[in-house]
Design a protein around this ligand. Structure first.
Ligand code: NHR
Ligand code: GAR
Length: 221
């Protein structure tokens, strides 16, 4: 008897910049380690590298120019329209730099992910590398979490940790943390695609168990 295969998870990716996480997701889908299909890439800024990556991969790239929209609510309404057309099962924020109106988040509740470059709940918001270095932290890292209207406060699925080294700079730290993102983001999406992870009432369930915190992966070497 042949195994039942579900169709690949339809994923929309929101970007603002270089799109290295988008690329990791595309590559994992292509190589078969991720049962997903990126059905569209939406940028709040025209002309970013992430849109070139989408085009290279034959994926529709859509710009909803934040500056041309005038305000956050008008931007949210246009974004919402584009998402409706793509009809994704999951919305993935990958280096997306605009705070989303609650209405957009709510209409994709429990079906929207972000990767944030800190060990949340430490350092929500911007400038996380500088803040971790200035605080003299021993560890930094990145978190994949479900998006809720409150910024960087949604329940976490997976974290990647790196030990801060003597002489560490923002650039060296970013490089190592981003390598980790490229591993854990496709991994977390695959868990959703397999139905191994779900979010219900603001709580993450992993393999049928209520998760007490994110799964943590440490950098090796
Ligand atoms: N929207 C909601 N409602 N909830 C979250 O958790 C969100 C979100 C939108 C984006 C990503 C987040 C990050 O990973 C994210 C999470 C942008 C800012 C920000 O201050 C902060 C956090 C994140 C993304 N943006 C400024 C703004 O006014 C603009 C900054 C800029 O353009 O450089 O939108 O860190
Ligand atoms: C990623 O490292 C992501 O964690 C961070 O921006 C980078 C985007 O890289 N996100 C934020 O800071 C959100 N505020 P990418 O465009 O190459 O994927």
């Amino acid at each position: 008897m042949s195994a039942t295969r579900r169709p690949p998870l339809r994923v929309a990716v929101l970007v603002s910049g270089s799109g290295s996480n988008l690329q990791a997701i595309i590559d994992a889908s292509r190589s078969g380690t991720l049962d997903a299909r990126v059905v569209g890439v939406i940028s709040d800024r025209p002309g970013v590298l992430a849109l070139d990556r989408a085009r290279q991969a034959g994926i529709p790239g859509i710009t909803v120019d934040y500056r041309a929209c005038g305000d956050r609510e008008a931007f949210g309404a246009r974004l919402q329209g584009e998402l409706q057309r793509l009809d994704p099962q999951l919305v993935v924020l990958a280096g997306f730099m605009r705070i989303l109106p609650a209405a957009v988040v709510d209409s994709h509740r429990d079906r929207m992910l972000n990767v944030h470059p800190s060990l949340l709940p430490l350092y929500p918001g911007l400038d996380t590398y500088r803040r971790a270095l200035e605080a003299g932290d021993a560890w930094h890292g990145t978190t994949v979490h479900f998006v809720i209207p409150e910024l960087d406060a949604g329940p976490a699925i997976l974290q990647y940790r790196v030990r801060i080294r003597p002489g560490e700079t923002e650039d060296s730290l970013r490089q190592r943390v981003q390598r980790g993102e490229h591993r854990i983001y496709p991994q977390a999406i695959q868990w959703l695609a397999e139905g191994r992870v779900v979010c219900r009432d603001g709580v993450v369930w992993r393999d049928g168990q209520r998760a007490s915190g994110p799964e943590i992966i440490d950098e090796t070497g």
